[in-house]
Design a protein around this ligand. Structure first.
Ligand code: HEC
Length: 477
């Protein structure tokens, strides 16, 4: 793909302009790609599928007449770069355009990305005092684990971002330096020690030998939004902690699954005046994919978890104040709105297939101070809190399962990690097809997994569902 932003006339739908996020030959920034005259045809055409796609709707500052967005990784993606030497503008960047679609400024957070450290989260515009002066600021939380803080009039760092040398690997044309923002990262940027693994920290070179790396390309603050509260002056960022095994594609060797690495999440308040952590909550799930965060003027933060809970936190202290089980993965951003003087907070609870694979659903929940469990609209019964599922361990009789029904549930709920037939997943999940586990152990592991898998409480999968899946897996020798 070649990313672009398109402006349409709101009345007629007619295209007014478009901006390619990968510049064409001769355009500003094209010098960061191979020449279109390169004798190697793959390099000559690299810009035509250079990636840098845009994950979200942009933000606009009408006073400055600027429109802002952040971009994804360059293509081909991480681990397979041989045909795009150069910085690859405007991939992994924050970009500002004039309202007529012409370039204003850019800031590239990762040069010549080799790790899938892109910037899928929406930018946030805010005003804040720096050195006694009110500044127009823009913030972006990226998969590197850092928050990038810029002056939105010109794209210059507000409190410093230093170019530092990084490990080099000539055959993937690594950039000699990468930008390191001053301040704290919202998640670890080095992997845990795991026996048998070579660990590498952020910007380490991915070569022909397997490494365990953090951040993983599937972690960090991802597409979920962060929030800014003008009351506290803090930014609120959710991030996924997902160390990842990595190897250059085409390597004759193989990177095994780093079983034993624990996934988790962080929920962080960052003070954008210093880019330092004010408080941080460690979360059970790797939440960077999920709901992100919403800040309200009532001093609250709202966040949804893949286990179905939507939660409210105190914006000053990070204390969890309230939680409600919605019955499916609460993975969409919460919103707030007002009707006839009543404020509502709403969240779509539908689950997400990618990575967290939380339970599917099709609900929208709205909450107000006037609501109560007694006057909710509709038939839906609030699900019971998750039980432990250990009841079968003592030898109770398991429900009889149907392999056909199990296949359907497995496809929807488990196959994204464990593979279509339970043969094992591409990155982390073990083979479970033809499982030799007793049902009591099986259901226990599904209800209370060891490590990287999210738990499936009875609110998400009934015992019958798990018995069906078990029957299906036993048929997949
Ligand atoms: C998000 C990815 C993911 C999803 C979705 C997922 N699993 Fe897992 N599963 C894992 C990983 C990773 C492990 C390895 C142990 C661990 O880290 O928890 C695992 C382990 C297991 C085990 C233990 C295997 C053993 O031999 O010890 C079972 C059983 C299992 N999963 C069943 C399921 C079922 C059934 C589903 C669907 C309802 C499912 N998993 C969905 C990632 C996933």
């Amino acid at each position: 793909m070649r990313g672009q932003l398109t402006a349409l006339d709101a009345k007629t739908g007619k295209e007014l302009w478009h901006f390619w996020t990968v510049p064409g030959p001769g355009e500003k920034g094209s010098e960061t790609w191979p020449s279109p005259n390169d004798p190697d045809p793959a390099r000559a055409k690299a810009y035509l599928h250079g990636g840098a796609t845009i994950w979200q709707t942009p933000a606009v500052d009408p006073e400055l007449g600027l429109i802002y967005f952040s971009t994804g990784n360059p293509g081909p993606a991480a681990g397979s770069d041989f045909n795009r030497p150069g910085d690859n503008l405007y991939s992994a960047s924050i970009v500002a355009l004039h309202l007529d679609g012409t370039y204003a400024w850019h800031f590239q957070a990762v040069h010549h990305d080799l790790w899938d450290f892109d910037l899928p989260s929406p930018v946030v515009l805010f005003d804040q005092v720096y050195n006694g002066e009110m500044r127009k600021a823009i913030a972006e939380a990226a998969k590197t684990g850092w928050v990038y803080l810029l002056d939105r009039t010109n794209g210059k760092p507000l409190i410093g971002i230093d170019e530092k040398p990084v490990e080099q690997l000539a055959k993937v044309a690594s950039s000699p330096t990468q930008p390191y923002p001053v301040g704290d990262a919202v998640m670890p940027q080095c992997p845990p020690e795991l026996p048998g693994w070579v660990g590498k920290c952020i910007f380490g070179a991915i070569g022909d030998d397997p490494i365990l790396m953090a951040p993983g390309g599937n972690g960090g603050p991802n597409w979920a939004p962060m929030a800014y509260s003008p009351d506290t002056g803090y930014l609120y960022v959710t991030a996924a902690v997902r160390p990842q095994s990595r190897i250059l594609s085409g390597s004759p060797k193989k990177a095994d699954l780093p079983i034993g690495v624990k996934y988790s999440g962080t929920y962080t308040a960052i003070d954008p005046r210093t880019n330092k952590i004010v408080w941080q909550d460690k979360m059970p799930y790797s939440i960077g994919q999920g709901s992100g965060t919403l800040a309200t003027a009532g001093g609250l933060l709202f966040h949804g978890e893949p286990d179905g809970n939507v939660q409210a936190y105190d914006a000053k202290t990070g204390t969890r104040l309230w939680q409600w089980q919605t019955g499916a993965g609460a993975d969409a951003p919460a919103i707030t709105y007002e009707i006839d003087g009543v404020q509502y907070v709403a969240i779509a609870s539908g689950g997400v297939a990618i990575q967290t694979s939380s339970a599917n659903g099709d609900m929208v929940w709205a909450f107000s101070l006037e609501g109560s469990p007694g006057n909710r609209l509709g038939e839906f019964q609030a699900p019971k809190p998750p039980a432990t599922g250990v009841e079968y361990a003592g030898g109770a009789v398991a429900p009889k399962g149907s392999a056909d029904a199990g296949k359907i549930t497995f496809d929807k709920t488990c196959s994204s990690c464990h593979g279509a037939t339970g043969q094992g997943g591409p990155t982390t999940a073990p083979r479970i097809g033809g499982t030799a586990l007793l049902f009591g152990t099986f259901i226990h592991l599904v209800r209370q997994p060891a490590d990287q898998m999210i738990p499936f409480p009875p609110t998400i999968l009934s015992d019958q569902d798990i018995a069906d899946i078990y029957a299906y897996l036993q048929s997949q020798k």
